[in-house]
Design a binder for this molecule. Structure first.
Ligand SMILES: [Zn+2]
Length: 198
């Protein structure tokens, strides 16, 4: 928004006078459309939930309504999250066919997603974990806490409580995800030894 003089500010305030919040927001968004547009954001709210916020423009809102209508009776009662889950599944199906062909996509659909990588025998957890996303060096704080708690704040190989690091059982380089199931606590020495074996 450009720097405003006092008279410009007065003019804006006069425009907003006696307007409802919604009307006032509309007036303000005309003055600075980019400022009125909240940024997209994702926030982890629990070990297995992420809050995703974004702004849908008129076209997207209309398309969402169209998908609801086409989905039949269940479309009308779907929550926004259910609607997106429904669309994500359809999109994934279509993209799998595009990428791997009909036969490859059908084979993938019969395999549970958890088999996408082979977890090591020691990597057993009953705790909930984040499973979304591509392999990333970043380990969310909630997942870190989970791994520390599960492994009793000690090296799973030697029991040491010093110089602990979170180690990827299937290395990142080989597509191992940063989820609790693929993570373990190792002390510096055991971590070095594990790295040498790879
Ligand atoms: Zn150790």
């Amino acid at each position: 928004m450009p720097v405003l003089t006092k008279s410009m500010k007065m003019e804006i305030l006069q425009k907003l006078e006696n307007k409802s919040t919604r009307e006032a927001q509309r007036e303000l968004s005309k003055l600075a459309p980019e400022a009125a547009m909240p940024r997209e954001r994702q926030r982890i709210i629990s070990e297995d939930c992420v809050e995703i916020k974004f702004v849908a423009d008129k076209d997207l809102a209309a398309k969402l309504d169209e998908v609801r209508a086409l989905a039949g009776p269940k479309g009308a009662t779907m929550s926004m999250a259910e609607l997106f889950a429904y669309m994500a599944e359809l999109a994934a199906q279509a993209l799998r066919v595009k990428k791997f062909g009909k036969k490859g996509a059908a084979e993938m659909a019969t395999q549970p997603a958890a088999n996408a990588f082979a977890p090591a025998a020691t990597a057993v957890t009953t705790a909930p974990e984040l499973t979304a996303g591509r392999p990333s060096r970043y380990i969310p704080k909630t997942v870190q806490r989970l791994v520390y708690q599960r492994d009793d704040h000690q090296c799973v190989a030697c029991g040491s409580k010093h110089n602990l690091n979170i180690d990827h059982i299937v290395p990142l380089a080989r597509g191992g995800p940063s989820v609790a199931r693929n993570l373990r606590l190792l002390c510096f020495n055991c971590n070095q030894r594990a790295a040498m074996r790879c």
